[in-house]
Design a protein around this ligand. Structure first.
Ligand code: PA5
Length: 467
């Protein structure tokens, strides 16, 4: 199977002009790139880099996932993922990529598996809407939380537990599958008490690096994805990126380019797939890139405030929305095209409107040609405007290429973190928001009571600024 390909030419000054990266910059980075590679490799499988083992160590887990998935497929009409952040974005991206774009609307025999809902928010209207379209008596809920205590996910658990008990009595346990840490958090204790079937998130696998463990693989298997091929794709990418020569390791080269771009002031990374199936890859990437690299301290504790803001876009839709900014706005972006060589459908455009040349030229062509022509047009417009771009081509969107793509971005993130000398695997900056929210919710602890008091000390809102 042909692998995904990378064209970094439009990142380079040689191609795109003064706003690109000079070859000399990449050559000057050789030593630091090799050091970043060494650091990532030294920690393979250790600390929070357990995700690097996932392509190799899951044979038994895959069998258990396939067995559970078969039971769910045979028994339930709906499968609901309750999770947020890394516990939801990967499953959603893979589902969108590998299943029918209107999967839930297909008749059961075409779907093969239950309908899938990924509930990654606590908007009360959303929960109400979900309950309007599922029947809890025929629904299996997969509660996914690594920490086992995330308020959003656990509040959803409490809601469905109550509903299930009312609807199916003691049978509720059969409707709940748990994915959580084996040795940490409260959910594992609840799971053991209740006797729920449970899958483990390995300790060294953080939320945003967890798609290729049961977090993502269970929902994928339930909807009929070949999860072994997905993991094999990741393995292929890992093998391709083993060496420390940046000119031979595309993930290392990409990390170098992105860090060089950040140093030139390109603080925005636009993910621009030209395929609806890859639309949610941008959401998954946004979390990976933002939460991993947005840090205010280096590994040796010095202030740094680094990171690159991810922007989610979609071709061709955003040509009619954001492209104007990309071509003429500030030189602060890198644009990453995700291109698909062979789509899984062919949509011919019939002849018609023969007397209107601006429409007639489309007749006899196809949407497949048009979307690629528009992608090329955008790439050319960005080239003319001297903007940094890169093109990642997938021969087709399938389990192998999606596994490759996921693992590629995980590796790039790890290398970029090492280059920036930051901890790419923590997220201290989200703690304050959680603490404050729990304080507002009346959490009864000294820490939360102190936070409630502290929050009262904010400046008063001035009426001049309120309308
Ligand atoms: O990447 C991360 O670690 C986070 O975004 C988590 O995925 C997110 O906060 C959800 O955490 P948990 O899986 O513990 O519920």
């Amino acid at each position: 199977m042909e692998g995904i390909r990378f064209d970094f030419n439009p990142m380079m000054a040689e191609y795109v002009g003064e706003h690109g990266i000079a070859r000399a910059d990449m050559e000057d980075m050789q030593a630091s790139l090799r050091a970043a590679h060494a650091m990532v490799e030294q920690n393979r499988g250790k600390g929070m880099q357990g995700w690097m083992d996932l392509p190799y160590n899951q044979d038994g887990v895959l069998t258990a996932i396939e067995e559970a998935a078969k039971r769910v497929r045979d028994t339930f009409e709906s499968f609901v993922v309750l999770g947020i952040g890394g516990s939801a974005l990967g499953p959603a991206a893979v589902h969108q990529a590998l299943r029918h774009l209107h999967y839930n609307e297909l008749p059961r025999e075409k779907r093969g598996g239950p309908r899938l809902y990924i509930e990654d928010n606590i908007d009360p209207e959303r929960m109400a809407a979900l309950l309007d379209v599922i029947d809890v008596r025929t629904t299996c809920f997969n509660v996914i939380t690594k920490s086992g205590g995330t308020a959003e996910t656990m509040s959803q658990y409490l809601i469905v537990l109550d509903l299930l008990k009312k609807a199916v009595g003691d049978d509720y346990r059969r409707h709940i599958l748990i994915t959580t840490s084996e040795n940490k958090g409260f959910l594992i204790k609840i799971a053991r008490q209740e006797g729920y079937e449970t899958f483990y998130i390995p300790d060294g696998v953080g939320g945003r690096f967890s798609e290729l463990c049961p977090v993502g693989l269970l929902a994928a298997a339930v909807t009929g994805v070949d999860v072994r091929a997905l993991v094999a794709g990741a393995r292929e990418m890992d093998q391709r990126c083993l060496g420390d020569d940046p000119w031979k390791n595309p993930a290392l080269f990409e990390a170098g380019l992105m860090v060089a771009a950040m140093r030139k002031g390109a603080n925005i990374s636009v993910m621009l797939p030209y395929a609806d199936s890859l639309k949610l890859m941008s959401d998954w990437y946004a979390q990976l890139w933002a939460e991993s690299l947005g840090k205010n301290l280096t590994l040796d504790g010095k202030p740094c405030h680094v990171g690159q803001t991810p922007v989610k876009a979609l071709g061709v839709t955003d040509q009619h929305s954001q492209l104007q900014l990309y071509t003429e706005g500030p030189f602060d972006k890198v644009i990453t095209f995700l291109k698909v060589d062979a789509f899984r459908a062919e949509t011919p455009i019939p002849h018609g409107c023969e007397d209107v040349p601006t429409i007639a030229f489309l007749g006899g062509k196809s949407h497949n040609q048009l979307i690629e022509a528009e992608r090329q047009g955008t790439e050319y417009a960005l080239y003319r405007a001297g903007r940094m771009c890169q093109i990642i081509s997938l021969p087709a969107v399938n389990e192998t290429t999606v596994g490759q793509l996921l693992y590629f971005f995980e590796l790039v993130t790890a290398y970029a973190g090492a280059l920036l000398n930051i901890d790419a695997f923590n997220q201290p900056g989200v703690e304050e928001s959680k603490l404050a929210a729990y304080a507002v919710m009346g959490y009864d602890s000294e820490k939360h009571a102190a936070k409630r008091e502290e929050m009262k000390n904010r400046p008063a809102r001035h009426p001049d600024y309120m309308f």
